[in-house]
Ligand binder design. Structure first.
Ligand SMILES: [Mn+2]
Length: 199
């Protein structure tokens, strides 16, 4: 499955494939680009199949219904929505186009790399573990970006040997997606990535 969401300020492309032999994907994502901001949520439900999907899709529904909220608020709401469900690893990215800043918060093993056109990279450090409705610490960080910046957010079903080079060598989200295709064969975990480029 490939989904694209774009406007004058951002181009994004998401790709998802379930674990080998499964119809239901345990990963879920949500992307929305408004005139003011981009919001992305990616969740990986523990295990796989239906119950993993129940948790990860609850995260995405919550972010969809509350996408105007700040990342700090959203990540805590995400934790609460998982009470009495299977846990999930969760990442939320919000990019403000006017101030050219992005805010990111993550709990668990979802990977995020942000590449600036100047040649530097930002790897916000996630909190270890997963959300499960229990009291939880968060780390929410804000950074500045420049026009032309690119990013990738992906679940642990995608294993990339050289993510910096991939980001560097691709001039568009379509090119990036093309160069990721050899790493996205059906495997032993659900696999989701979101790539984006900011303008
Ligand atoms: Mn996974």
């Amino acid at each position: 499955m490939i989904i694209q969401e774009s406007n004058d300020f951002v181009h994004t492309l998401a790709f998802q494939i379930p674990k080998q032999g499964k119809i239901c994907c345990g990963d879920s994502f949500y992307i929305n680009a408004t005139e003011d901001y981009l919001i992305c949520a990616l969740a990986d439900g523990l295990g796989s199949g239906e119950y993993a999907n129940e948790s990860s899709s609850a995260i995405c529904t919550l972010v969809e219904e509350n996408h105007h909220e700040d990342v700090e608020v959203l990540i805590d709401l995400c934790n609460k929505v998982l009470r009495n469900k299977r846990g999930a690893t969760v990442s939320i990215l919000k990019v403000d186009f006017k101030s050219k800043k992005f805010t990111y918060s993550s709990v668990g093993n979802i990977r995020f790399v942000f590449s600036l056109p100047s040649g530097s990279y930002i790897y916000p450090i996630p909190i270890l573990g997963y959300l499960s409705g229990k009291p939880q610490k968060y780390r929410t960080q804000t950074y500045s970006y420049e026009r032309g910046s690119k990013f990738i957010i992906h679940t642990d079903g995608l294993v990339l040997p050289a993510v910096k080079e991939l980001l560097n060598q691709s001039h568009s989200v379509e090119e990036l997606s093309q160069s990721l295709s050899k790493y996205t064969k059906v495997g032993n975990d659900d696999l989701t990535y979101i790539v984006g480029q900011l303008f």
